[in-house]
Design a protein around this ligand. Structure first.
Ligand code: NAI
Length: 402
């Protein structure tokens, strides 16, 4: 099969197995170039197949020599249809881990469900015994609540009043004005139910109850703050309420982990092109200006560079982990630097369809977007017929696919 990108809105309907594998190998090579460090030996990554979760798994395995269990919700390939990129990423990760003699098993299913939590616990008990680090990196638009049965849908809306600002269609480069109506009714509660900390807490409760967490265990979830330009739709919008809840949950989990000497952290990460962030209005324009400024200053990072810095310069150093006034780890420090933000704001003011090709890095944005689906890698011959492997060694599928 010859596979080409097929775009619909902010998603790509196809993905390329070899390109996804290249993406994984490039990230592994980056971590290998940094050498190994001492840290967690058994790592559970929830949301392990793309974005920050995949980069966390790669850093754990190839930077810490850790055994990893990954949980994700991805579509395997079907007759005439490619798999979702996270499926190919995980296939490649398993293959590379096996070559390196590293333990890697994964569970494909709904992480919000009790079944997936139970299955993960069984796997930990049979294979690893105890976990030293739990990464919580889920990004989902929906959550079927495991006890109430309610299907919650998250929304990306401002609170209180309509938000109007610029946005870009990154496929065409057209900058236009967008107005987003404020949230209504249960939008905030639903978004908090999906992207807040309740499920993280449920995972940690289940793992603790099953006695599969080691002494001094750490757990970490990812958050975002961002600039004033995106504040109304991000940090002060519905998703921001969910992030507030996630950040508060870290304190209650730390409390619960006290008896193990464990601790829960939130790391505030940089804005990056992932499947989750490309769905948020306004963010693609912000990211394309941010990329331009950060690349010019030599400060640009992707998910893997961010996770390398998180593990090597925050989590596993011999000194105390530096935290901000709200107890959070900050690896968005370079994004939020005053000079960076000042320049991005100035570019934002003048951003139009005509100016963006020179003032922004739309090319970088689009290339990163294509890379997410395994396209745009110079090493891959896309004209070549692709035969795909349809079995991931060490993968357990728990529930029917979405
Ligand atoms: P992503 O879309 O690349 O990855 C999401 C992961 O969650 C995938 O592995 C997917 O399979 C898994 N997943 C989704 N629903 C699931 C379900 N029901 N069951 C099991 N697995 C499921 O997202 P990204 O961007 O890496 O986001 C991860 C975290 O990082 C999120 O909390 C996000 O808010 C945060 N973050 C993202 C930033 C960005 O710019 N992309 C910036 C700062 C924080």
């Amino acid at each position: 099969m010859i596979i080409e990108p097929r775009m619909r809105g902010f998603i790509c309907l196809t993905s390329h197995p070899k390109g996804c594998a290249q993406n994984v190998v490039n990230q592994i090579n980056y971590i290998k170039s940094k050498g190994t460090i001492d840290g967690a030996k058994n790592v559970l990554v929830i949301g392990a197949s793309t974005g920050f979760g995949l980069a966390s798994r790669i850093t754990s395995a190839f930077g810490l020599n850790a055994s990893t269990i990954g949980v994700f919700f991805e579509k395997p390939p079907q007759e005439g249809k490619t798999a979702s990129p996270g499926w190919y990423n995980s296939l490649a990760f398993h293959e590379e881990a096996a070559k390196a003699g590293l333990y890697a098993k994964s569970i494909n299913g709904d992480a919000f469900s009790t079944e997936v939590k139970n299955q993960t616990i069984e796997l930990i008990k049979s294979d690893l015994g105890k976990i030293d680090l739990v990464i919580y990196s889920l990004a989902s638009p929906v959550r079927l609540h495991p006890t109430t049965g309610v299907l919650h849908r998250s929304v990306l809306k401002p609170i209180g009043k309509t938000y109007t600002n610029k946005t870009v269609d990154f496929h065409t480069g057209i900058v236009s004005e967008i107005s987003i109506a404020p949230c209504v009714d249960d939008d905030i509660a639903n978004t908090v139910a999906v992207m807040g900390g309740e499920d993280w807490q449920m995972w940690m409760d289940a793992l603790m109850k099953a006695d599969v967490l080691s002494n001094n265990v750490s757990t970490i979830a990812y958050s975002y703050i961002g600039p004033s330009i995106t504040e109304a739709v991000y940090r002060k919008g519905t998703i921001g309420k969910a992030k507030d809840h996630l950040e508060d949950t870290a304190f209650s989990i730390t409390n619960d982990l006290n008896k193990l000497g464990g601790k829960a952290y939130v790391s505030v990460n940089k804005a990056l092109v992932t499947q989750a962030s490309s769905a948020i209005p306004v963010i693609p324009l912000y990211i394309s200006l941010l990329y331009k400024v950060m690349k010019e200053k030599g400060l640009h990072e992707g998910c893997i560079e961010q996770m390398q810095r998180l593990f090597y310069e925050r989590l596993y150093t011999n000194s105390n982990i530096p935290l901000d006034e709200k107890g959070r780890i900050r690896i968005d420090d370079w994004e939020m630097r005053e000079d960076v933000q000042k320049e991005v704001s100035a570019l934002w003011e003048n951003a139009t369809t005509a100016t963006l090709p020179t003032t922004g890095d739309l090319k970088g944005y689009t290339s990163d977007f294509l890379n997410l689906f395994g396209f745009g890698f110079s090493e891959i011959n896309y004209a070549e017929d692709t035969k795909e492997n349809i079995v991931i060694d060490g993968l357990i599928s728990v529930v029917p696919q979405k």
